[in-house]
Ligand binder design. Structure first.
Ligand code: OAD
Length: 226
């Protein structure tokens, strides 16, 4: 089976009703990024940060995977599919995809401030005073700006083995996620699905200027019938 690597960003969840970060109705609107997604912001106003992620977590219970998430699952019948997502939602899991690497963390997990290896499943709101077994405050299991990306090495390893790379709904502005493309071989074809692609086509790169659901339906038909 060929290895198919899928890199997803906020755009794949847009049709599920989750706002992207950098479109005009972006999630950051009304929020200074550094206040809600950085260690400095967390130190300055932890309640604001918890409230921000509690709202994001609550929203997960009101949204569903969309066609693009489900189309990706179909590819597993013919390819060894690995998804590397920048998204902290659980829509790939809920659609049924098997191999998912969350590069930027997960909304439904929290971790200890004392020991980052203490990671707990967490479905409800997180409050000041919710602590780990060492009595240390729990924080969202999200990779904030300026923090290490613990899943990066695994993501690089997976990307290096890609026979085909599909990128869906990302502005390719956030590193190191955007740098993963550098790890594919020169022969690996790249397909980029985004209605407003922030990248230029090349011999190696095919751009599909569509929303994720339509773009994925087209690609899946192509890949499953070829
Ligand atoms: P962005 O908001 O930067 O980019 C979203 C992309 O999705 C844009 O290129 C849009 O054109 C595209 N888009 C919008 N609607 C779409 C649709 N229906 N179908 C397909 N594409 C669509 O989001 P990301 O690139 O994911 O990090 O942002 C990367 C990281 O920046 C996030 O993971 C987050 C943020 O800071 C953390 O939270 C750590």
């Amino acid at each position: 089976m060929k290895n198919m690597v899928i890199l997803t960003g906020a755009g794949i969840s847009a049709e599920s009703g989750i706002n992207t970060f950098r479109d005009s109705d972006g999630l950051w609107e009304g929020h200074d990024i550094m206040e809600v997604a950085s260690p400095v912001g967390w130190k300055k106003n932890p309640s604001l940060v918890l409230d921000f992620y509690n709202k994001r977590r609550q929203q997960l219970y009101t949204v569903k995977p969309n066609l693009a998430h489900y189309e990706l699952v179909k590819l597993e019948s013919k390819y060894n599919v690995s998804i590397i997502t920048q998204n902290v939602d659980n829509l790939h899991e809920r659609a049924g995809s098997k191999n998912i690497i969350h590069l930027h963390g997960e909304l439904l997990k929290v971790r200890s401030q004392f020991d980052q290896n203490i990671v707990l499943d967490w479905q409800k709101d997180l409050h000041i005073g919710d602590v780990c077994k060492h009595n240390s405050q729990l924080r969202p299991h999200i990779v904030w700006f300026g923090e290490e990306v613990p899943m990066l090495d695994l993501a690089i390893e997976v990307t290096q083995k890609a026979d085909i790379l599909i990128i869906i709904g990302t502005s390719m502005q956030v590193y190191p996620a955007a740098s993963l493309v550098q790890y594919i071989t020169p022969k690996t074809p790249i397909y980029f699905i985004d209605p407003n692609p922030n990248i230029s086509p090349s011999k190696q790169l095919t751009i599909i200027k569509e929303k994720a659901s339509l773009g994925m339906s087209q690609l899946v038909e192509q890949f499953l019938t070829s």
